[in-house]
Design a protein around this ligand. Structure first.
Ligand code: GLU
Length: 427
């Protein structure tokens, strides 16, 4: 066996490392494509990465020092693009994994962008609004010199909001002394945000579900859907599925899940969640179940819409949904992927299913650059076209190449990135 030199590259020795999953996914595609050794090596590591300490004044007068990251995984196809996640478990490797996935996501959608990601290790629920603002501004003071519309463009992700994007843009523009709205996306509308950005990931997910319905014959109207996660993506999707006539039978938040086999009253559940500081417990329109029970409940469609590694070796054999649409980044481990595929479960991979967010972020950058703004109808028409084209391309590849749909999506996107690297003379 080859020696494991990964410690030389600061890999985190955690029991589950999402970057290992990301690298395994890249390896499967580069091997299948028969890419040359140097190209394989180039594509399985980030090209640029930064870590920094962020001293922030707390409301009680003390200083707290946070750890921040920004990884630019691959910039061959364009400026790197990807969100900022604030989470207690954030490490360099979680950010690397997410930046890696952004690279293939942008390429599957054929956006002229590379992949990047950033993060801060912190507990957002424990921070006041003022502390969040000071953390956001400290982040830009640390890494702002590396950002620009033609280099690297952050956006929201788990626990970061349009307001946080607004503070970051303001800090950046104050530092450089001019307007530069396209330096960050997911901004509020009055500061150059795009119409349709706030629920774009969920809207894109619905388009993907409709494409699965039309091309692969899984009915959506009246179907029983379970959604793991009730935040921006999961909550938005629950609303859209409910409106589209699907029966959302289970949703979950960090504190647990609720289940109602006749379908949940989603507008009421969303109100309860907003009123109870992002908790679903105590909602009276359903029975309390655990997150684990939600994942393995009897349903027609499962939408994991929270964090990585929720479908793993221990529960993959118990998943009952014939279709899994990955709205989160990296919800399925490599071992689980194999099990689901062997069981004939269709998994629409994250890099396709949740690409609606970055696609509208791209539209936001375009609008910022020519300083002219689109209607919501125009955003949705462009988003639908991009998502359908990407779905059709992945579907065609999936029919050509035996294996999971993820492999097909990776082969398509890895080949696109590899071609750009080759043309640049990088290998
Ligand atoms: N955080 C989102 C994602 O994982 C959106 C990224 C963006 O808009 O740049 O795709």
């Amino acid at each position: 066996m080859a020696p494991d030199w990964s410690f030389r590259k600061n890999m985190t020795p955690t029991p589950y490392n999402p970057f290992h999953t990301a690298q395994a996914q890249v390896d499967a595609a580069t091997e299948r494509l028969g890419l040359e050794r140097s190209m394989r090596e180039l594509l399985r590591w980030p090209m640029f990465e930064t870590q920094f300490r962020l001293p922030v004044r707390m409301d009680n007068g003390t200083m707290e020092v946070f750890q921040g990251y920004r990884v630019r995984y691959n910039a061959a196809r364009g400026p790197t693009k990807g969100g900022l996640r604030w989470h207690p478990d954030e490490t360099l490797d979680t950010v690397r994994a997410l930046a890696c996935w952004m690279t293939w996501k942008c390429a599957v959608l054929d956006l002229p962008l590379g992949g990047g990601k950033g993060g801060v290790t912190c507990t957002p629920a424990a921070l006041s609004e003022g502390e969040k603002e000071r953390l956001a501004r400290a982040y830009i003071r640390a890494v702002g010199h590396q950002l620009s519309v033609d280099r690297d463009v952050p956006a929201p992700d788990v626990n970061t909001t349009p307001q946080i994007m607004a503070w970051m843009m303001d800090e950046f523009e104050t530092l450089v002394g001019r307007h530069h709205a396209g330096v960050i996306t997911g901004k509020p509308l009055p500061l150059g945000g795009s119409r349709g950005r706030s629920n774009a990931t969920s809207v894109g997910g619905l388009y993907v579900a409709r494409a699965v319905e039309n091309l692969l014959g899984h009915k959506l109207t009246g179907a029983r859907c379970a959604i793991q996660g009730f935040g921006n993506v999961g909550g938005g999707l629950a609303e859209l599925l409910h409106e589209a006539g699907a029966k959302v039978i289970a949703v979950s938040a960090v504190d647990g899940a609720i289940y109602n086999e006749n379908g949940l009253d989603i507008p009421a559940a969303l109100k309860h969640y907003a009123r109870n500081r992002q908790e679903i417990g105590g909602f009276e329109g359903g029975d309390a179940i655990s997150n684990e029970q939600l994942l393995t409940c009897d349903c027609d469609w499962l939408f994991p819409a929270a964090l990585e590694n929720v479908i793993h070796e221990q529960n993959a054999a118990d998943i009952k949904a014939p279709v899994v649409i990955e709205m989160a980044n990296g919800p399925t481990s490599t071992a689980a992927d194999r099990i689901l595929h062997e069981r004939g479960i269709l998994v629409v991979p994250d890099i396709l299913a949740n690409a609606g967010g970055v696609t509208v972020s791209y539209f936001e950058q375009v609008q910022n650059t020519y300083n002219y703004y689109w209607s919501l109808e125009q955003v949705h028409a462009e988003l639908a076209r991009r998502m359908h084209d990407a779905f059709d391309a992945v579907h065609a590849e999936h029919q050509r190449v035996p294996g999971p749909m993820r492999l097909a999506a990776y082969m398509l996107s890895v080949e696109r990135v590899a071609e750009a690297c080759r043309l640049r003379g990088w290998v």
